[in-house]
Design a protein around this ligand. Structure first.
Ligand SMILES: *Cc1c(COP(=O)(O)O)cnc(C)c1O
Length: 382
């Protein structure tokens, strides 16, 4: 039933709680942490992911990603760490693509040794490179597409095929695309993770995460999740449900703005390179067209060497510097100094992150105003 509905209908209606008492238009909020005891199996408790608001929002998440079931977490990293740990034990191995979200690579490099979990970062994000790193004890292949900050695209179908061939679980961090632009389960990927802090929340005021998969996989992740204790407060669950109602129209507006801004930057003489999967000159443009419904609101670009990127950022008036992304407001950052600042210079060069690379999270403002802001900042700093 959910699958046949369009994205905006799912965003608005699936997983609503009916206000039976007053017939209000929005879902009632149930903040109880204590419910009448019925029997051991059905006891409700927020850390068991089974309060009315948690269950309702999980239905919306599952519908959005064409999965069977879902869990809502207190952060994107809670969703990432719990999902990975649910499928890995001591002596087992996970293959990551390169260019992962910093928090995810830190999880592996700083924590996995303690649990005896082995990991390898493939040399890039191509299915063949992931294939090269698969070992006897590999249990999970983990990807992120489009990637941060260079918007690289990984072939979902090829990765799903690889995972089936080796009987391992395929996982994706689908945060950058959002469920509006990409539904990896349709291509055979097993487990889909989002930092709901980003496009799902969309207003830079919610920290949350989610994982969507089959009933069986979600049950397995749940068994770990209730022990790790990373569930989301019902109040924030309620806010997140409200935010998702407008996710379809927000993200489509961001897609449109990003396309126009990518074209503007691409033709600007003071811009040396633009990374956006919607541009024909993007190395994976065709692949992106095959597996994405929209190219997303994230893009990156490099200014000509003589422009100081920090000065350019300071000269912007409308577009604000910010670490996070995916809000309705446009924001920009210098990955070399922020999100990827902990990497060595060598590490950054290896990932293709130049010192003057700017990552742009495109908002829903009028695109003419955004173009004007970029233009005046370039003119003042060139
Ligand atoms: C922000 C982000 C995360 C982590 O999410 P939190 O909600 O900050 O814990 C994971 N993956 C990607 C791609 C992100 O952008």
């Amino acid at each position: 039933m959910n699958k046949s509905k369009g994205i905006n209908t799912i965003c608005t209606h699936v997983g609503e709680l009916e206000d039976k008492e007053f017939k209000g238009a929005v879902s009632p909020l149930y903040m109880s942490t204590s419910y009448a005891f019925e029997d051991v199996e059905t006891k409700r408790y927020p850390r068991y992911f089974n309060t009315p608001n948690q269950v309702a929002l999980a239905k919306k998440m599952a519908a959005l990603e064409h999965g069977e079931a879902s869990l809502i977490f207190g952060s994107g990293m809670a969703a990432v760490s719990t999902s990975l740990m649910a499928f890995l034990r001591a002596g087992e191995h996970v293959v990551f693509q390169d260019s992962l979200y910093g928090g995810t690579s830190n999880l592996a490099t700083e924590e996995f040794d303690k649990f005896g979990i082995e990991y390898t970062f493939a040399k890039d994000a191509q299915a063949e490179s992931l294939n090269d790193e698969i070992k006897e004890n590999t249990k999970v292949i983990y990807i992120e597409t489009p990637s941060n900050p260079l918007l690289g695209i990984t072939d979902l179908e090829a990765v799903a095929k690889l995972a089936k061939e080796y009987e391992v679980v395929s996982m994706i961090d689908n945060t950058f695309a959002s469920p509006v632009n990409q539904n990896p389960i349709d291509f055979g990927i097993d487990v889909v993770i989002h930092s709901a802090t980003k496009y799902m929340g969309g207003h830079s005021d919610i920290l949350a995460g989610t994982v969507i998969s089959s009933e069986e996989n979600i049950e397995r992740i749940f068994q770990m999740a209730k022990n790790f204790g990373g569930s989301l407060s019902d109040y924030t669950v309620w806010l997140l449900e409200r935010s998702i109602k407008t996710m379809g129209i927000r993200v489509k507006a961001q897609n449109e703005n990003a396309m126009k801004l990518a074209e503007f930057l691409n033709s600007h003489p003071e811009v040396s390179r633009v990374y956006y999967p919607g541009l024909k000159n993007h190395p994976n443009h065709e692949l992106a067209t095959r597996q994405m419904k929209g190219f997303g609101g994230m893009l990156s670009f490099e200014l000509n060497e003589k422009i100081d990127a920090s000065a350019f950022m300071k000269a912007l008036q409308l577009i604000k510097p910010s670490m996070s992304l995916a809000g309705v407001e446009s924001t920009i950052l210098l990955p070399s100094k922020t999100s990827h600042g902990l990497l060595s210079e060598e590490g950054r060069i290896k990932q293709g992150i130049k010192d003057n690379l700017l990552r742009f999270s495109v908002g829903i403002e009028e695109v003419e105003d955004l173009i004007e802001d970029l233009k005046q900042a370039i003119d003042r700093t060139k």
